[in-house]
Design a protein around this ligand. Structure first.
Ligand SMILES: [Zn+2]
Length: 119
């Protein structure tokens, strides 16, 4: 994937109000960066994630839902949990979409951190 071209296509799709395409491209970019892909040289990672988050927010309800991937608000737990139901079954709470996070599409509080927070 060429993230620079994908970014430009996403930008153009937003301008054309083609929200389904923009959302697909935003999710593709997010997945690319989450897997360690390089950033287009003219953007900082912060600026890139800020814009991707903005696109995901504004295209909510259009096109595909993000693949479920989860990270804990307080630690790096969450890898390998495939669905929100699995997470709840394992004792996660406060699960919500995390458009701005580079490494996951949802964040929550893992069972370990929930116990710590309660004490
Ligand atoms: Zn945690």
């Amino acid at each position: 994937m060429d993230p620079n071209q994908t970014f430009l296509d996403m930008f153009a799709a937003m301008k054309d109000k083609d929200f389904e395409t923009a959302r697909e491209l935003a999710l593709a970019l997010k997945g690319w960066f989450a897997n360690g892909g390089f950033y287009p040289h003219q953007y900082t990672p912060e600026a890139m994630h800020c814009y991707i988050a903005s696109v995901l927010r504004r295209t909510f309800g259009h096109g595909p839902d993000p693949v479920f991937s989860l990270v804990c608000r307080y630690c790096d737990a969450g890898e390998g949990i495939a669905t929100e139901e699995d997470a709840i079954g394992e004792g996660w709470s406060e699960i919500e979409p995390a458009f701005a996070l580079p490494q996951a599409n949802y964040c929550g509080v893992c069972p370990d951190c929930r116990i710590t927070a309660d004490n």
